[in-house]
Design a protein around this ligand. Structure first.
Ligand code: PLP
Length: 458
């Protein structure tokens, strides 16, 4: 499989280069420029196939020799001591729960596999073809983080050789990290607080990656979703859902995806391109979503946001699903590139739905009362959209909707309890996310300050 920029079809680069460089020199973001047909795998896999087995089989095929079967097996085994759960509710609906990782959010899946792949790639031994390149040590994975994403990275990179995640936090408390894991204490992570917002952190990541001199000197890449290596492995759980239910569903399969920055949706579209037999994807947005035109494959007029719905400039309304409060999704560019290749596909395959607060809570209540499933509000947005779609005259009785559960209900325990009347116990692994820790440095959002803070750790 090869990758190119959303801005230019050439040059095409390897997986290794896309992961380690993160941003193409031509500008834009990396996207797959060729895709591998994975359909024959569906013949051999069945309900008994485990997630690491699936990943270990599919990843080397997808990466066509860049990750040999042994390296891919190691990466899959070491990344996933957790696996998704497919819960079939009835003839019409299933839930694909992605909350089993260390932070209870689906982002754990992409981050875990990216970290494992990066380790294989920087080890440069036996891991990958193209390993003639000198071993880079250590590579820095510079990422803007908020919420529990920093913890997800700390866990995913823990104990991995030749890699140090540098995590840029905006102002506010930093939770869930153990100071014993920080580089100055002999650990492997560098959390830095930036005087500014999350956007300032993201800007600093981009600025650093674009400063090739700096980026090459420190071998800087990123574990943010700008890295295609984080998005691509999310395609695996769509395949997994399919092999778990293929024997038990009649009719076409549709996935309902809670959509913010559209990473999860893109991963589903890549899975489709690799041969996943799926009828389409519901892009479930909350009241702040504005990407309907883009999602319908509107012929994107040049210019940022031309395909974003009017009203994008209005202030955000309060929702129960803050991760979906996104007006300008960071993966728009990838979606546009995909749509440029196959506009009709997008129009026929992606179904945008907007779910307001009342509908979100009603879906949460329905899932609990009728199906015995507790959903977090993001997952409830997807489930509400799934029901609206599957109950419509056009599709009723003809589709099976797999609705993605992207966050653990215990993370929104108060809301979930107020809606369902059910207390959600906090799993042990999520309890430690509440402890606060001090960063190793507090810096202005500037490259020099960042370099100084990194250098002071060694
Ligand atoms: C990040 C996040 C989303 C949105 O996913 P995108 O890939 O950005 O569309 C949905 N649900 C939860 C719980 C999240 O944390």
């Amino acid at each position: 499989m090869r990758f190119c920029s959303t801005k230019a079809g050439e040059p095409q680069v390897s997986f290794r280069e896309a992961l380690l460089r993160c941003l193409p020199a031509e500008g834009g973001l990396y996207v797959p420029s060729t895709m591998v047909d994975l359909r024959h795998f569906f013949l051999y896999m069945n309900e008994g196939t485990t997630y690491p087995e699936l990943v270990a089989a599919v990843a080397p095929a997808l990466l066509q020799g860049e990750l040999n079967p042994f390296a891919a097996g190691r990466a899959a085994e070491s990344a996933f001591d957790f696996e998704p759960e497919l819960i079939r509710l009835d003839e019409q609906y299933s839930i694909l729960s992605l909350c089993q990782g260390p932070t209870g959010v689906f982002k754990d899946f992409g981050i875990a596999f990216l970290a494992a792949c990066l380790e294989e790639l920087v080890k440069g031994e036996g891991g990958c073809v193209g390993a003639g390149a000198p071993a880079l040590a250590p590579a820095l994975a510079l990422s803007a983080v908020r919420g529990d994403t920093g913890v997800s990275m700390a866990r995913a990179f823990a104990g991995r050789q030749g890699l140090i995640p540098v995590m840029l936090y905006p102002e506010g408390p930093i939770r869930g990290l153990d100071p014993a894991d920080f580089v100055p204490a002999g650990g492997t992570i560098i959390p830095i607080q930036v005087k500014g917002s999350f956007d300032d952190c993201q800007r600093l990541v981009l600025e650093t990656l674009r400063d090739r001199d700096f980026a090459d000197r420190y071998a800087v890449t990123s574990a943010n979703a700008i890295n295609i290596g984080r998005l691509l492995p999310q395609a695996f759980y769509y395949l997994y859902a399919f092999i778990k239910i293929k024997a038990r569903v009649k009719g076409d399969i549709v996935f309902s995806v809670p959509s913010g920055n559209l990473g999860n949706l893109m991963a589903g579209l890549y899975a489709w391109k690799a041969g996943l037999p799926v009828h389409g994807f519901i892009a479930a947005m909350n009241a702040n979503g504005r990407a309907h035109r883009l999602l319908r494959g509107a012929s994107a007029a040049p210019g940022e946001g031309a395909d974003i719905e009017p009203g994008a400039e209005q202030p955000l309304v309060h929702t129960h699903s803050p991760a979906l409060d996104v007006r300008f999704p960071s993966n728009s560019e990838r979606l546009r590139a995909f749509c440029g290749e196959a506009p009709a596909v997008l129009r026929n395959m992606v179904f945008p739905e907007t779910i307001d607060n009342d509908a979100t809570l009603a879906a949460m209540r329905y899932a609990w009362e009728r199906c015995g499933e507790l959903l977090d509000p993001h997952s409830a947005v997807a489930f509400a959209a799934a029901r609206r779609f599957a109950e419509s005259p056009q599709y009723k009785g003809h589709v099976h909707v797999v609705s993605l559960a992207t966050g653990h209900p215990a993370k929104e325990a108060a809301l979930v309890e107020s809606v369902t009347g059910e207390r959600v116990p906090l799993p042990e692994r999520l309890a430690c996310l509440r402890k606060t820790a001090a960063p190793i440095a507090l810096i202005e959002p500037e490259l020099d300050a960042l370099e100084g803070a990194i250098a002071s750790c060694f």
